[in-house]
Ligand binder design. Structure first.
Ligand code: GLU
Length: 511
């Protein structure tokens, strides 16, 4: 495909969910792979659901994962404005065109009349009322009223809508790039509203008109929009643009971590996992959340994870940079079935990234986390710390959570090993160990290690009785990097102080 133009068209009606970022990512990968253009368009015609700050959030989230639109609001481009709310006149013009060609009509039904029609349908045993070829002639619209009546109503400023006139029993077929052959019948469709009472277009009209005017030739979007495509195709036909329709590609659903049902915004709180890229401060605590960023994810790992949420290269390779994805990504390998949101897999990707990152670069990212806790470690200290922890952390926040004791005294001691291993009568021996460690020269890991080894041999206590005590005394927990390295990094005085404090506490715990 030449000159491919794709668009990401979110509605700023709330916080962009991680599924939206996946759509944007696939858009971006295809555009970059084919030297095409990635357009950001804001579909903000639903003013009642507009959320201030949502546009800024969308842009920040995209940029966080490394996606910068080629065109869009604030990014320039020849096909703007890129906010639909700034294109009202354009849609009115196209709605008029539909009216003039007989593909649309004015509808004057009030909300009460529509409710009554729904009730009536229920009474007649039809569960849902559908405004369509079968019912439109019983409604109040320009097809059932005289021209004079319509003229008069239009002049009186009563609210009206413009509806698409969908013909009966026509098949609509198209070849979806991912789903394959898709078929609809117009008998299942309604006469969708094109222009609303407030003069704003609906999603359908604005989306099709803009895709056309912005020369979009490949539409990549979530599975939930597949059924709308039927109306969109009817619109392309009505405008006479059907010889140049974009290619459609509907992405697989993202499923809950359980694999059952669609991942929803509420699943974040439910499963204690991030489902948004970045945090958001909503008006209430229930509407505020942390994102992948605050959970300690590297955006590169998030990109890697999202790329694999519905796609794989068909090889063993799992670790991909953005450049690698641009090279290998293809819609042909996107799966049809839903993709499970496997949070453990997201963590695995992040772990791989952190493990393989250049410690010098990683250090720069760890520093703010530590500084934020009120500590100013030296370059050397931080470098050794990062080197010791790098292989063990999964997310960035683990550096502090699992390694706070490098910077401040132990907050609590893991009690099980103390109860099992601490014997009061050995206190004198452990005091001896404390002074031996304190006298190590040089105070480095190798010297400390051989000192402890000698102690274990001489006392015949065995490593199993000494190392856990030493580790819990210094770190509070049993899990962590090589203990002799930790001791060396903390330094003589600090270690000596910690051992003294710990022995006292152990005497209490181990009573
Ligand atoms: N505004 C729609 C959304 O919020 C766009 C769907 C599409 O890409 O056509 O996702």
């Amino acid at each position: 495909m030449d000159n491919v133009r794709v668009r990401f068209a979110p509605s700023p009606t709330g916080v962009l969910h991680i599924g939206g970022i996946r759509t944007a990512l696939y858009d971006y990968l295809v555009a970059k792979k084919l030297n095409g253009t990635f357009v950001l368009r804001l579909e903000d015609t639903d003013r009642s659901r507009f959320v201030p700050g949502a546009e800024a959030y969308i842009k920040e989230a995209l940029e966080w994962v490394g996606i910068v639109p080629d065109e869009g609001p604030g990014y320039g481009g020849e096909y703007g404005p890129y906010r639909q709310s700034e294109r009202k006149e354009i849609y009115a013009k196209y709605a008029n065109q539909l009216l003039a060609s007989g593909n649309a009509y004015f509808a004057f039904d009030t909300p009460e009349e529509l409710t009554a029609a729904r009730e009536q349908a229920k009474e007649n045993g039809n569960h849902t009322f559908k405004y369509d070829a079968k019912t439109r002639l019983q409604m109040r619209n320009s097809l059932t009223m005289s021209e004079a009546e319509v003229e008069e109503l239009l002049e009186t400023n009563v609210p009206y809508t413009v509806r698409l006139k969908v013909n009966e029993n026509e098949d609509i077929r198209f070849e979806d790039k991912i789903k394959g052959d898709v078929k609809f019948n117009t008998n299942d469709l309604d006469d969708k509203i094109m222009l609303k009472g407030d003069g704003m277009p609906t999603y359908h009209l604005a989306n099709v008109v803009d895709d056309r005017l912005m020369k979009i030739n490949l539409v990549i979007r979530g599975d939930e929009w597949l059924s709308s495509t039927a109306h969109h195709i009817l619109l392309y036909k009505a405008f006479g643009w059907d010889h140049e329709m974009p290619v459609f590609a509907h992405l697989p659903l993202i499923l809950k971590p359980t694999g059952k049902g669609k991942l929803s915004k509420r699943d974040g709180a439910k499963f204690g996992i991030p489902v948004f890229p970045l945090g958001w401060n909503g008006p209430t605590p229930e509407e505020s959340f942390l994102g992948f960023k605050e959970f300690g994810f590297d955006p590169k790992a998030v990109v890697n994870f999202l790329a694999f949420l519905g796609w794989n290269p068909g090889t063993e390779q799992e670790i991909y940079s953005m450049e690698g994805l641009v090279k290998d990504f293809s819609l042909d390998k996107v799966v049809k079935a839903g993709a499970r949101f496997d949070y453990d897999k997201a963590r695995w990707f992040n772990q791989q990234y952190l493990m393989n990152m250049d410690p010098a670069l990683l250090m720069n990212e760890v520093r703010p986390i530590i500084e934020d806790k009120g500590h100013q470690p030296s370059e050397d200290f931080l470098k050794t710390f990062v080197g010791l922890m790098q292989e063990r952390v999964v997310v960035m926040t683990d550096f502090w959570e699992q390694g706070y004791y490098f910077f401040e005294p132990v907050k609590a001691y893991e009690e099980k090993p103390i109860r099992k291993k601490w014997k009061k009568e050995r206190l004198a021996q452990f005091e001896d160990l404390r002074s031996r460690i304190n006298s190590c020269r040089p105070f480095d890991a190798a010297t400390i290690e051989s000192t402890v080894k000698n102690f274990v041999e001489e006392t015949e206590l065995g490593f199993g009785n000494v190392l856990p005590i030493l580790r819990v005394a210094i770190c509070g927990v049993m899990k962590g990097p090589a203990i002799f390295e930790i001791i060396a990094l903390l330094g003589k005085e600090e270690v000596d102080r910690r051992l003294a404090v710990a022995y006292e506490a152990f005497n209490e715990i181990g009573k």
